[in-house]
Design a protein around this ligand. Structure first.
Ligand SMILES: NC(=O)c1ccc[n+]([C@@H]2O[C@H](COP(=O)([O-])OP(=O)(O)OC[C@H]3O[C@@H](n4cnc5c(N)ncnc54)[C@H](OP(=O)(O)O)[C@@H]3O)[C@@H](O)[C@H]2O)c1
Length: 259
């Protein structure tokens, strides 16, 4: 029997690498997308004993060329699960942070997610089955100084998925915005920011926990928004239900001490 095929962006580390491990264990073959080819090869070797083939696809998704190469892989219609996961954070204010990196974030979090999802859906709709997961964030319900572009792009991802969910009703294709809080990955170290030293241990979840919540939900066909962990369900509940002036105070607590 042929194994279903999943394409995961940001497959070399953290949540994306965990998606690869968990999907391999659930019977998928994989296309892993990232910039670091050596790490993709190492992951392919690690997953082979599970009977899973991981095909490395080296692409920088903050470039037009990188996005176009992944689009053309998706266009053949063989991918039944797309995980738009690649992402990064920055430190500094909108004005003080590196402008090139800020533009790269817009391309990676918004344009790449838009184009790859658009490329994957026709094949899924024709087959009347499939799924698209976008790894957004609890930050997609918040706004924060020191995190302006990150919160805005994560909000775009969440709203994009919620709208798409309505368009795809009854099509057999499921979409999900996965909205984790602090997750133990390389994310904060890559930013050069010691978030772990500044936040209590109970606010951190392992990538395995986050990915299990996502895959269990998409296997059930819903819900469209998945927020792993009681801590972050509570944060989002407050952000959506408190009066606006109180939400602004909450955002102030979240404000990153890096500006
Ligand atoms: N960790 C958290 O606390 C947290 C919380 C909420 C949401 N998230 C979201 O979760 C997602 C995954 O983050 P993570 O925590 O797993 O971070 P991570 O451990 O730093 O992994 C990020 C992955 O994205 C890839 N990537 C980054 N820029 C890329 C680019 N331009 N083109 C292609 N691939 C790129 C990296 O691979 P290469 O370097 O090899 O390209 C790596 O595989 C992100 O969208 C992030 O916003 C994370």
């Amino acid at each position: 029997m042929t194994r279903p095929l999943a394409l995961i962006t940001g497959a070399t580390a953290g949540i994306g690498a965990q998606f690869c491990r968990s999907l391999a264990a659930r019977g998928y073959d994989l296309v892993g997308v990232a910039r670091d080819g050596a790490r993709l090869d190492a992951l392919a070797t690690e997953l082979a004993p599970l009977g899973a083939t991981l095909t490395p696809l080296v692409a920088d998704l903050s470039t037009d060329d990188g996005i176009a190469r992944v689009e053309s892989t998706l266009a053949d219609g063989h991918v039944s699960l797309l995980v738009n996961n690649a992402g990064f954070g920055t430190t500094g204010t909108l004005v003080s942070a590196d402008a090139t990196q800020q533009r790269a974030m817009l391309t990676l979090h918004v344009e790449a997610v838009h184009r790859l999802t658009r490329a994957a859906l026709p094949g899924m709709l024709a087959a009347r089955r499939g799924g698209v997961i976008v790894v957004a964030s609890v930050a997609g319900f918040l706004s924060s100084g020191g995190n302006v572009n990150y919160c805005a792009t994560k909000t775009w991802q969440r709203v994009f998925v919620q709208g798409l969910h309505q368009e795809l009703a009854g099509s057999g294709v499921h979409v999900q915005a996965l909205c984790p809080g602090f997750t133990t990955t390389e994310f904060h170290a890559r930013m050069g920011f010691d978030q772990r030293g500044r936040t209590p241990a109970w606010m951190w979840y392992p990538a395995e926990f986050v990915v299990r919540a996502s895959l269990d939900a998409i296997a059930r066909g819903g819900p469209v928004i998945v927020i792993p962990g009681a801590v972050y369900k509570a944060v989002v509940f407050l952000a959506r239900h408190l009066p606006l002036w109180m939400v602004e105070r909450l955002n102030g607590v979240y404000r990153r001490d890096t500006v």
